[in-house]
Design a protein around this ligand. Structure first.
Ligand code: SF4
Length: 385
């Protein structure tokens, strides 16, 4: 019988500072991915933070106190900024650790990767949405991107630059998730971050997976997290609820999960390690802050609720004092997430709540727990584990 327990901690963990501050350094990008959050374009938009304004933003991140949040330089493609290495140098001078999310274009060559390593990047992240070029290049809209991604992973590994792979799970690649895991694991990737679609930017044009399919994918990711890979999700905090249910109730069964689990097993993977899924984690505005290309401050990159402006305001004050962010951190949320026993552990995607109802404190519409009785799908005996 499933026990409906959760890890309870009523004190907000990230009340004083976020763990990560994302800076969308530019909208410009050579790619044109179908699900792009930023609706990235070929040329920079007017109004992007200039070098001095970028320095000021980095100073603000340092202003959260030591250790400062990690700054994620994202875009668009941050590598198209001519001052990107100056900005990295300033971050190093201020004691702000940073990671970079470059677009995988032919210009991201071994020389650039070496410069990134030598500039002090703690890691880079690249996107991989398919286990083969047919799937990935179709989603990325540029032929050859899959091959370039394979090359970048190999070259980064060769020079000792830590690399994370990001995958957005969609209708068109859900059945490839086990193959993607196997591909990147065999290439030595240690961290896999799986994004669950939010209907913003070009993502609104792509069919998202159903709550039931999300449940199956999260169960598969829970298995993957015990196979020697650090697995994280973006905009699917309910994986923490899935992990809690698996720990208390045992196995889970549905078609999506069973297919992916069987493929993982056939590829030779067994759950030998403790799960890397943390029992508590971040949400937009709770451990996460996002600064857009024009300095606008948001709770997260998928939550377009403007909180202030880094040009005229102080991001430390915005993060600590904004009432909506306090509501997210205090779990003063409504709807199905507000009534859920996993509210503290999970809290639901605030971005998806905003996308579906314009309320950042409402229900996460992708969570199967809110719509169905999952008890009958958990707690069944599994034959091969
Ligand atoms: S209902 Fe909301 S809080 Fe509960 S598990 Fe689902 S997403 Fe999380």
């Amino acid at each position: 019988m499933m026990q409906r327990t959760e890890h309870t901690n009523n004190a907000p963990r990230f009340a004083n500072k976020p763990v990560l501050v994302f800076w969308e350094t530019t909208k410009a990008c050579p790619l044109a991915c179908k699900h792009c959050r930023a609706s990235a374009i070929h040329d920079p938009l007017p109004g992007e933070l200039n070098t001095q304004e970028g320095y000021a933003l980095i100073d603000s991140v340092a202003g959260f106190g030591t250790p400062a949040p990690v700054l994620i330089l994202t875009g668009g493609d941050p590598m198209v900024r001519s001052d990107i290495f100056q900005l990295m140098g300033h971050a190093m001078d201020k004691g702000v650790k940073f990671a970079v999310s470059p677009a995988v274009s032919p210009s991201l060559d071994s020389e650039k990767l070496t410069r990134l390593r030598d500039a002090g990047a703690t890691s880079i992240s690249v996107s991989l949405d398919g286990a083969c070029s047919e799937t990935h290049d179709r989603i990325r809209n540029v032929a050859g991107t899959f091959d370039n991604t394979m090359r970048v992973i190999r070259e980064a590994n060769a020079i000792g630059l830590a690399i994370q792979v990001n995958t957005t799970v969609m209708k068109s690649n859900i059945r490839e998730m086990a193959s993607i895991f196997h591909l990147i694991k065999s290439m030595g990737v240690k961290t896999w971050e799986v994004f669950f679609l939010i209907k913003v930017g070009r993502g609104s044009e792509v069919e998202e997976i159903t709550p039931q399919e999300s449940e199956g994918v999260c169960n598969f990711l829970y298995d993957s997290s015990m196979c020697g890979m650090t697995v994280r999700t973006v905009e699917a905090p309910f994986i923490r609820r899935v992990a809690a249910m698996r720990r208390s109730a045992g196995m889970y069964h549905d078609d999506v999960y069973t297919g992916l689990r069987d493929e993982l097993s056939a590829l030779g993977y067994r759950a030998h390690w403790p799960s890397s899924i943390a029992s508590m984690g971040t949400l937009d505005g709770d451990g996460i802050l996002f600064v857009a290309h024009d300095g606008s401050i948001y709770p997260g990159g998928f939550l377009p609720l403007k909180l202030g402006d880094s040009r005229s305001g102080n991001i430390v004050e915005v993060y600590r004092e904004n009432e909506t962010l306090k509501g997210i951190r205090n779990r003063s949320i409504n709807g199905s997430c507000g009534a859920c026993v996993y509210k503290q552990t999970c809290g639901g995607s605030r971005a998806r709540s905003f996308a579906s109802s314009s309320d950042p404190l409402g229900s996460d519409t992708a969570c199967a727990y809110a719509y169905s009785d999952l008890h009958s799908l958990y707690g069944q005996q599994c034959d091969d584990k």
